[in-house]
Write a new protein. Structure first.
Length: 320
């Protein structure tokens, strides 16, 4: 059984603990900043088609964790990228991620009624509006990236657009969702399930970590190191999401739980059991005491993220 690449040693994490409150504060600040940017870049409800604007805003401003934006900003900070630029990329990925959630919840997919602690978009509006709001959030992500305010270099903007398109499309998130849907009829093994999770969830995380080095026009080596880091993080994140479905509560998750088993989803929990999936997450994170505690899975993930990012000790370089 091949193991994913681990970029940080357990010692490097243990030696440099990050107080949770500090981390939470940083995430809170980043979330507010990206919400301000989303407020600026999303259309205000207007015109004959204002219903689609309302649905886009309903889904986006429902209070997600904003983890992907946080990753974009954290990785871009490693290179001293100017924050208006990284915030635009952060807003783009959050728009695209929110589209993926709206569509994931549709009756023809996971058929969920609750998301981010409130009725899903197709329940609050209707299915057609939810499909269209998702489409509009997907496409606006590329509009945001392609505008000169994101970066003065057209080459950089094109690379961001191309990488996000690959991550979100049939070789990435959409392909993973296809396997996820089909796996209900055709059970998958361990390797196939890992591949599915790396696609449906990991690919967008990879983009989040690549965007900083792309914006900074950093070296290929820096770019690949962050990409490898993101590969493990994305898989770890999906295992944690699957554990939360198995052992979490509706109140803490803000969405339905105990559905993966009922729907016959392919997850590492279904293959390895809850303990086995926790061990897998622990192997990925190498922070065993935290990984054993399901109620703080979220904090564990963020701590892993920060602790690992802090092991990247590059000199800051300012882009022109
Ligand atoms: C949920 O992602 C979808 C998965 C990929 C598991 P998040 O757990 O990041 O959802 P929000 O953005 O906080 O609502
Ligand atoms: C969805 O995975 C991943 C996406 C690409 C949206 P899940 O179906 O497990 O996500 P949740 O549990 O509904 O948030
Ligand atoms: Mg799903
Ligand atoms: Mg789902
Ligand atoms: Mg899930």
């Amino acid at each position: 059984m091949s193991r994913p690449v681990i970029l940080s040693s357990p010692d490097s994490i243990a030696e440099r603990p990050q107080p949770f409150f500090d981390l939470r504060m940083k995430m809170h600040v980043a979330a507010r900043q990206v919400e301000d940017m989303l407020e600026q870049v999303l259309p205000k409800p207007a015109g004959l088609h204002k219903r689609v604007h309302e649905a886009m805003r309903y889904a986006i401003f429902a209070g997600g964790k904003r983890l992907r934006p946080f990753l974009v900003l954290s990785c871009a900070n490693l290179f001293g990228v100017e924050s208006p630029r990284s915030l635009r990329v952060a807003a783009a990925i959050e728009a695209l991620h929110t589209y993926s959630l709206i569509h994931d919840d549709l009756p023809c997919m996971d058929d969920d009624d609750l998301r981010r602690g409130r009725p899903t978009t197709h329940v609050a509006f209707d299915e057609a509006t939810a499909v269209l709001a998702g489409d509009a959030l997907l496409t606006i992500a590329f509009e945001i990236l392609s505008e000169p305010a994101t970066h003065p270099s057209a080459d950089v903007r094109c690379r961001l657009v191309a990488e996000l398109a690959k991550a979100a499309g049939s070789a990435g998130m959409v392909g993973g969702q296809m396997i996820d849907m089909e796996a209900v009829e055709h059970p998958l093994g361990y390797q196939e399930t890992v591949a599915l999770q790396r696609m449906k969830t990991g690919a967008l995380f990879e983009f989040c970590c690549e965007a900083g080095p792309i914006l900074a026009q950093a070296s290929q080596n820096d770019y690949e190191r962050l990409r490898n880091y993101a590969r493990d993080f994305g898989l770890l994140f999906q295992i944690t999401d699957d554990l939360l479905d198995a052992v979490g509560t509706v109140e803490s998750a803000g969405k339905a739980v105990a559905k993966d088993r009922e729907q016959g989803k392919a997850t590492l929990v279904s293959i390895l059991g809850v303990e086995g999936a926790r061990q897998e997450a622990a192997t990925l994170a190498r922070w065993n005491p935290m990984a054993r505690m399901p109620r703080i899975c979220g904090i564990f993930l963020y701590s892993f993220l920060i602790a690992t990012l802090r092991t990247f000790d590059w000199p800051k370089k300012r882009i022109s």
